[in-house]
Design a protein around this ligand. Structure first.
Ligand SMILES: Nc1nc2c(ncn2[C@@H]2O[C@H](COP(=O)(O)OP(=O)(O)OP(=O)(O)O)[C@@H](O)[C@H]2O)c(=O)[nH]1
Ligand SMILES: [Mg+2]
Length: 304
């Protein structure tokens, strides 16, 4: 009974500039790959909610797109979405890359954070890449800029420091109910994660504009019985490019690239759904979709 009365719960938003490791951190905390990760900046386009439940608390982590100076409509939407996660946050994790601080944009984010009432924790990520003695001056620098509740060095990749971070977050959580069933991992639909997995493989396997000009929509998602091997999940995904030339590159010579994308995505999707999957991919063109508000809503995956 006591335990139930002391139960804590709340929202924790993960924000920062692109490529600092926000999505990696979400996945490491959950112990499962929920958000896609690539070495390229601007991988995440949406708020991705991951639910972390223990006997004593439930935390809804909200991963967000990296904050930057938007140059086209999709990027403005990504920035709006990221800042949108500040509204209901009990705790904000301001994640920075220890190897590559980005003062200009970070200062702007901190300005915005001064206007919120949430507790803000500085998360200095990627410390596996730097020598320990260099940590102190970095912390001093951030400490001068903002009144952080805590400053915690971590490696989202190796999980070093992540348990300490979780303990600290728990300290700042209010008493509250179990919002979601304890075994629920996210409130986003399976389709979203499937589309993201395909987009991740495209981002990993293409260069220049293509990773940013691609979008993926799931057109069909259906359980089917096969005569031979029982149940299989049939998925048809449409990959959108902005130009005919991009479409050709995504398909590749003799369909080689899209075939590889499909193979890699299927392996991950089967793991995620814990089921056998038949994945069919089509590539099509929607000219300049990233500049069009309506098409961004349709193709950007903005489920809120
Ligand atoms: N060495 C090292 N690499 C990391 C760490 N955390 C993340 N990375 C790498 O940094 C790159 C970006 O990671 P993401 O998790 O996609 O970063 P993000 O902040 O979500 O990026 P956006 O979604 O683009 O804003 C990937 O190549 C990760 O493997 C870390 O602690 N150490
Ligand atoms: Mg991300």
């Amino acid at each position: 009974m006591d335990e139930i009365q002391n139960f804590k719960s709340g929202y924790v938003s993960i924000i920062g500039t692109p490529n600092v490791g926000k999505s990696t951190l979400l996945n490491t905390i959950l112990g499962q790959k929920l958000a896609i990760v690539t070495p390229k900046p601007q991988t995440t386009r949406n708020q991705i909610r991951g639910i972390f439940t223990t006997d004593s608390h439930q935390i809804i982590f909200v991963d967000t797109p990296g904050l930057m100076n938007p140059k086209y409509r999709l990027q403005s939407e990504m920035v709006r979405t990221a800042y949108g996660a500040l509204g209901d946050a009990d705790v904000v994790l301001f994640v920075v890359d220890a190897t590559r601080p980005n003062a200009e944009i970070e200062d702007r984010i901190l300005k915005r954070l001064r206007r919120t009432k949430s507790t803000t924790i500085l998360v200095l990520n990627k410390v596996d890449l730097i020598a320990k003695p260099t940590l102190l001056p970095i912390f001093e620098d951030y400490n001068r800029k903002f009144e952080f509740a805590q400053m915690i060095p971590i490696s989202a990749l190796t999980a070093d420091g992540v348990p300490v971070l979780l303990e600290q977050i728990e300290n700042y959580l209010p008493l509250g109910p179990l919002y979601f069933p304890e075994d629920q991992l996210s409130d986003l639909p399976e389709r979203f994660f499937i589309a993201e997995t395909v987009r991740e493989k495209i981002m990993l396997m293409t260069q220049r504009e293509i990773p940013y000009a691609s979008a993926v929509i799931i057109e069909e998602f259906e359980k089917r019985q096969t005569n031979k091997s029982g149940e299989i999940i049939y998925i048809r995904a449409i990959v959108y490019a902005e130009r005919q030339t991009q479409k050709q590159i995504i398909i590749g010579k003799g369909g080689k690239l899209i075939k590889r994308v499909g193979e890699l995505a299927r392996i991950d999707i089967e793991k995620f759904l814990d089921a056998r999957v038949f994945l069919e991919l089509y590539v099509t063109v929607k000219t300049d979709w990233r500049k069009d508000a309506r098409q961004i809503q349709e193709l950007g995956g903005f489920i809120e």
